[in-house]
Design a protein around this ligand. Sequence first.
Ligand SMILES: CC(C)(COP(=O)(O)OP(=O)(O)OC[C@H]1O[C@@H](n2cnc3c(N)ncnc32)[C@H](O)[C@@H]1O)[C@@H](O)C(=O)NCCC(=O)NCCS
Ligand SMILES: Nc1ncnc2c1ncn2[C@@H]1O[C@H](COP(=O)(O)OP(=O)(O)OP(=O)(O)O)[C@@H](O)[C@H]1O
Length: 199
Amino acid sequence: MALVIGVTGGIATGKSTVSALIKEQGFTVIDADIAARQVVEPGEVAHQQIIENFGIDLLLENGQINRQKLGSIVFHDEEKRQLLNSIVHPEVRKKMNDEKQAAFERGEQVIFLDIPLLFESKLTAMVEKIIVVYVDEQTQLSRLMNRNGLSKEDALSRIQSQISIEEKVKLGDAIIDNRGSIEDTKHQLLAIFEKWNIQ
Ligand SMILES: CC(C)(COP(=O)(O)OP(=O)(O)OC[C@H]1O[C@@H](n2cnc3c(N)ncnc32)[C@H](O)[C@@H]1O)[C@@H](O)C(=O)NCCC(=O)NCCS
Ligand SMILES: Nc1ncnc2c1ncn2[C@@H]1O[C@H](COP(=O)(O)OP(=O)(O)OP(=O)(O)O)[C@@H](O)[C@H]1O
Protein backbone atom coordinates (compact mmCIF):
# COMPACT_ATOMS: atom_id res chain seq x y z
CA MET A 1 0.00 0.00 0.00
CA ALA A 2 1.29 3.42 -0.90
CA LEU A 3 1.71 6.14 1.70
CA VAL A 4 -0.01 9.50 1.09
CA ILE A 5 1.52 12.51 2.85
CA GLY A 6 -0.09 15.96 3.05
CA VAL A 7 2.05 19.10 2.89
CA THR A 8 0.32 22.15 4.28
CA GLY A 9 0.93 25.45 6.07
CA GLY A 10 -0.28 29.02 5.85
CA ILE A 11 -0.24 31.20 2.76
CA ALA A 12 3.38 32.00 1.84
CA THR A 13 4.93 29.91 4.62
CA GLY A 14 6.84 27.89 2.00
CA LYS A 15 4.75 24.91 0.83
CA SER A 16 5.86 25.32 -2.79
CA THR A 17 9.46 25.65 -1.68
CA VAL A 18 9.23 22.40 0.30
CA SER A 19 7.32 20.71 -2.55
CA ALA A 20 10.16 21.59 -4.93
CA LEU A 21 12.63 19.93 -2.53
CA ILE A 22 10.40 16.83 -2.34
CA LYS A 23 10.27 16.64 -6.14
CA GLU A 24 14.05 16.99 -6.22
CA GLN A 25 14.14 13.72 -4.24
CA GLY A 26 12.17 12.04 -7.04
CA PHE A 27 8.67 11.97 -5.54
CA THR A 28 5.39 13.09 -7.10
CA VAL A 29 3.77 16.12 -5.46
CA ILE A 30 0.17 16.83 -6.43
CA ASP A 31 -0.48 20.54 -5.97
CA ALA A 32 -3.98 21.81 -5.06
CA ASP A 33 -3.16 25.36 -6.24
CA ILE A 34 -2.28 24.04 -9.71
CA ALA A 35 -5.43 21.87 -9.80
CA ALA A 36 -7.47 24.92 -8.74
CA ARG A 37 -6.09 26.83 -11.75
CA GLN A 38 -6.76 23.99 -14.18
CA VAL A 39 -10.40 23.51 -13.17
CA VAL A 40 -11.25 27.17 -13.89
CA GLU A 41 -9.82 27.22 -17.44
CA PRO A 42 -12.31 28.36 -20.11
CA GLY A 43 -14.58 25.47 -21.07
CA GLU A 44 -14.48 23.86 -17.61
CA VAL A 45 -17.68 23.61 -15.52
CA ALA A 46 -16.27 25.75 -12.70
CA HIS A 47 -15.35 28.55 -15.16
CA GLN A 48 -18.99 28.81 -16.24
CA GLN A 49 -20.26 28.67 -12.65
CA ILE A 50 -17.88 31.44 -11.57
CA ILE A 51 -19.16 33.70 -14.37
CA GLU A 52 -22.77 32.94 -13.44
CA ASN A 53 -22.16 33.79 -9.79
CA PHE A 54 -19.57 36.58 -9.97
CA GLY A 55 -20.41 38.22 -13.31
CA ILE A 56 -18.92 38.37 -16.81
CA ASP A 57 -16.86 41.44 -15.84
CA LEU A 58 -14.50 39.02 -14.12
CA LEU A 59 -13.13 37.82 -17.45
CA LEU A 60 -9.97 39.05 -19.13
CA GLU A 61 -9.97 39.66 -22.90
CA ASN A 62 -8.59 36.15 -23.52
CA GLY A 63 -11.52 34.57 -21.64
CA GLN A 64 -9.44 33.65 -18.57
CA ILE A 65 -10.66 34.59 -15.12
CA ASN A 66 -9.06 37.74 -13.74
CA ARG A 67 -7.54 36.15 -10.64
CA GLN A 68 -6.40 39.42 -9.15
CA LYS A 69 -9.93 40.81 -9.33
CA LEU A 70 -11.50 37.61 -7.98
CA GLY A 71 -8.91 37.58 -5.17
CA SER A 72 -9.71 41.16 -4.22
CA ILE A 73 -13.38 40.15 -3.88
CA VAL A 74 -13.10 36.85 -2.03
CA PHE A 75 -10.32 37.74 0.41
CA HIS A 76 -12.47 40.61 1.72
CA ASP A 77 -15.81 38.82 1.86
CA GLU A 78 -16.24 35.51 3.67
CA GLU A 79 -19.60 34.70 2.05
CA LYS A 80 -18.21 35.19 -1.46
CA ARG A 81 -15.15 33.13 -0.53
CA GLN A 82 -17.39 30.26 0.62
CA LEU A 83 -19.32 30.55 -2.63
CA LEU A 84 -16.12 30.33 -4.69
CA ASN A 85 -14.90 27.43 -2.55
CA SER A 86 -18.17 25.57 -3.09
CA ILE A 87 -17.68 25.87 -6.87
CA VAL A 88 -13.97 25.11 -7.09
CA HIS A 89 -13.18 22.66 -4.27
CA PRO A 90 -15.23 19.65 -5.44
CA GLU A 91 -13.51 19.87 -8.84
CA VAL A 92 -10.10 20.21 -7.21
CA ARG A 93 -10.71 17.13 -5.05
CA LYS A 94 -11.72 15.10 -8.12
CA LYS A 95 -8.66 16.18 -10.05
CA MET A 96 -6.29 15.44 -7.15
CA ASN A 97 -7.86 12.01 -6.61
CA ASP A 98 -7.42 11.20 -10.32
CA GLU A 99 -3.77 12.25 -10.20
CA LYS A 100 -3.24 10.25 -7.02
CA GLN A 101 -4.78 7.19 -8.66
CA ALA A 102 -2.51 7.62 -11.68
CA ALA A 103 0.55 7.79 -9.41
CA PHE A 104 -0.59 4.59 -7.60
CA GLU A 105 -0.98 2.90 -10.96
CA ARG A 106 2.57 3.90 -11.91
CA GLY A 107 3.61 1.93 -8.84
CA GLU A 108 4.72 4.88 -6.72
CA GLN A 109 5.01 4.00 -3.05
CA VAL A 110 4.95 7.49 -1.50
CA ILE A 111 2.82 10.32 -2.85
CA PHE A 112 2.64 13.90 -1.56
CA LEU A 113 -0.38 16.21 -1.74
CA ASP A 114 0.33 19.95 -1.33
CA ILE A 115 -2.97 21.31 0.02
CA PRO A 116 -2.98 24.81 1.54
CA LEU A 117 -6.51 24.37 2.95
CA LEU A 118 -6.07 20.80 4.25
CA PHE A 119 -7.45 21.68 7.71
CA GLU A 120 -9.89 24.43 6.67
CA SER A 121 -11.57 22.14 4.12
CA LYS A 122 -11.44 19.12 6.45
CA LEU A 123 -9.46 17.03 3.98
CA THR A 124 -7.22 15.31 6.50
CA ALA A 125 -8.82 11.94 5.66
CA MET A 126 -7.18 12.19 2.21
CA VAL A 127 -3.72 11.75 3.78
CA GLU A 128 -2.04 9.48 6.32
CA LYS A 129 0.60 11.86 7.60
CA ILE A 130 0.85 15.64 7.60
CA ILE A 131 3.87 17.92 7.28
CA VAL A 132 3.20 21.55 8.29
CA VAL A 133 5.52 24.18 6.82
CA TYR A 134 5.95 26.90 9.44
CA VAL A 135 7.24 30.46 9.64
CA ASP A 136 6.24 32.96 12.34
CA GLU A 137 3.40 35.33 11.43
CA GLN A 138 5.68 38.34 10.91
CA THR A 139 7.84 36.42 8.40
CA GLN A 140 4.69 35.12 6.72
CA LEU A 141 3.35 38.66 6.34
CA SER A 142 6.56 40.12 4.94
CA ARG A 143 7.15 37.19 2.50
CA LEU A 144 3.57 37.45 1.27
CA MET A 145 3.78 41.24 0.81
CA ASN A 146 7.08 40.87 -1.08
CA ARG A 147 6.09 37.95 -3.28
CA ASN A 148 2.65 39.25 -4.30
CA GLY A 149 3.33 42.99 -4.09
CA LEU A 150 0.42 43.35 -1.64
CA SER A 151 -0.25 46.12 0.85
CA LYS A 152 -0.08 45.14 4.52
CA GLU A 153 -3.87 45.32 4.73
CA ASP A 154 -4.43 43.04 1.72
CA ALA A 155 -1.80 40.57 2.88
CA LEU A 156 -3.39 40.43 6.35
CA SER A 157 -6.84 39.81 4.92
CA ARG A 158 -5.46 36.80 3.00
CA ILE A 159 -3.69 35.46 6.09
CA GLN A 160 -6.82 35.94 8.19
CA SER A 161 -8.93 33.97 5.71
CA GLN A 162 -7.10 30.83 6.90
CA ILE A 163 -6.60 29.01 10.20
CA SER A 164 -3.53 30.61 11.80
CA ILE A 165 -0.16 28.95 11.24
CA GLU A 166 0.29 28.66 15.02
CA GLU A 167 -2.89 26.52 15.16
CA LYS A 168 -1.83 24.41 12.18
CA VAL A 169 1.49 23.58 13.81
CA LYS A 170 -0.42 21.84 16.62
CA LEU A 171 -2.15 19.59 14.08
CA GLY A 172 0.87 18.35 12.08
CA ASP A 173 2.72 15.02 12.47
CA ALA A 174 5.94 16.80 11.55
CA ILE A 175 6.85 20.48 11.33
CA ILE A 176 9.38 22.13 9.04
CA ASP A 177 10.58 25.49 10.33
CA ASN A 178 11.18 27.46 7.11
CA ARG A 179 12.50 30.65 8.74
CA GLY A 180 16.10 29.75 7.95
CA SER A 181 17.89 29.05 4.67
CA ILE A 182 16.54 26.69 2.02
CA GLU A 183 19.47 24.38 2.87
CA ASP A 184 18.29 24.29 6.50
CA THR A 185 14.76 23.49 5.30
CA LYS A 186 16.12 20.67 3.14
CA HIS A 187 17.97 19.15 6.13
CA GLN A 188 14.73 19.14 8.13
CA LEU A 189 12.86 17.48 5.25
CA LEU A 190 15.49 14.76 4.88
CA ALA A 191 15.38 14.14 8.66
CA ILE A 192 11.61 13.57 8.40
CA PHE A 193 12.15 11.19 5.48
CA GLU A 194 14.64 9.25 7.58
CA LYS A 195 12.34 9.13 10.60
CA TRP A 196 9.40 7.94 8.48
CA ASN A 197 11.61 5.56 6.51
CA ILE A 198 10.81 7.23 3.18
CA GLN A 199 13.23 6.38 0.41
C1 LIG B 1 -8.97 33.70 -5.23
C2 LIG B 1 -8.02 33.27 -6.32
C3 LIG B 1 -8.62 33.50 -7.70
C4 LIG B 1 -6.72 34.11 -6.20
O1 LIG B 1 -5.80 33.66 -7.14
P1 LIG B 1 -4.22 33.95 -6.97
O2 LIG B 1 -3.61 33.53 -8.28
O3 LIG B 1 -4.01 35.36 -6.51
O4 LIG B 1 -3.71 33.02 -5.78
P2 LIG B 1 -3.39 31.44 -5.78
O5 LIG B 1 -4.50 30.68 -6.39
O6 LIG B 1 -2.02 31.21 -6.34
O7 LIG B 1 -3.44 31.10 -4.23
C5 LIG B 1 -2.39 31.53 -3.37
C6 LIG B 1 -2.69 31.09 -1.97
O8 LIG B 1 -3.85 31.75 -1.48
C7 LIG B 1 -4.46 30.95 -0.50
N1 LIG B 1 -5.88 30.74 -0.90
C8 LIG B 1 -6.36 30.53 -2.15
N2 LIG B 1 -7.69 30.36 -2.12
C9 LIG B 1 -8.06 30.46 -0.83
C10 LIG B 1 -9.32 30.37 -0.16
N3 LIG B 1 -10.42 30.13 -0.84
N4 LIG B 1 -9.33 30.52 1.19
C11 LIG B 1 -8.19 30.76 1.88
N5 LIG B 1 -6.97 30.86 1.30
C12 LIG B 1 -6.90 30.70 -0.03
C13 LIG B 1 -3.69 29.62 -0.48
O9 LIG B 1 -2.75 29.64 0.55
C14 LIG B 1 -2.98 29.61 -1.81
O10 LIG B 1 -1.79 28.85 -1.74
C15 LIG B 1 -7.63 31.75 -6.19
O11 LIG B 1 -6.83 31.57 -5.07
C16 LIG B 1 -8.84 30.82 -6.09
O12 LIG B 1 -9.46 30.53 -7.09
N6 LIG B 1 -9.14 30.33 -4.85
C17 LIG B 1 -10.22 29.38 -4.65
C18 LIG B 1 -9.71 27.99 -4.80
C19 LIG B 1 -8.86 27.56 -3.63
O13 LIG B 1 -9.33 27.41 -2.50
N7 LIG B 1 -7.57 27.35 -3.88
C20 LIG B 1 -6.65 26.92 -2.85
C21 LIG B 1 -6.31 25.48 -2.96
S1 LIG B 1 -7.65 24.39 -3.24
N1 LIG C 1 13.65 29.62 3.47
C1 LIG C 1 13.31 30.72 2.78
N2 LIG C 1 14.06 31.83 2.86
C2 LIG C 1 13.70 32.97 2.20
N3 LIG C 1 12.62 33.08 1.42
C3 LIG C 1 11.83 32.00 1.30
C4 LIG C 1 12.14 30.77 1.96
N4 LIG C 1 11.18 29.86 1.66
C5 LIG C 1 10.31 30.51 0.83
N5 LIG C 1 10.71 31.79 0.63
C6 LIG C 1 10.01 32.80 -0.20
O1 LIG C 1 8.78 33.07 0.47
C7 LIG C 1 7.71 33.20 -0.46
C8 LIG C 1 6.64 32.16 -0.14
O2 LIG C 1 7.14 30.86 -0.38
P1 LIG C 1 6.26 29.79 -1.18
O3 LIG C 1 5.79 30.37 -2.47
O4 LIG C 1 7.05 28.52 -1.23
O5 LIG C 1 5.04 29.66 -0.18
P2 LIG C 1 3.67 28.86 -0.30
O6 LIG C 1 3.36 28.41 1.07
O7 LIG C 1 3.77 27.84 -1.37
O8 LIG C 1 2.68 30.01 -0.75
P3 LIG C 1 1.10 29.90 -1.19
O9 LIG C 1 0.33 29.59 0.04
O10 LIG C 1 0.77 31.25 -1.69
O11 LIG C 1 1.03 28.85 -2.24
C9 LIG C 1 8.32 33.03 -1.84
O12 LIG C 1 8.59 34.31 -2.37
C10 LIG C 1 9.61 32.27 -1.57
O13 LIG C 1 10.60 32.51 -2.53
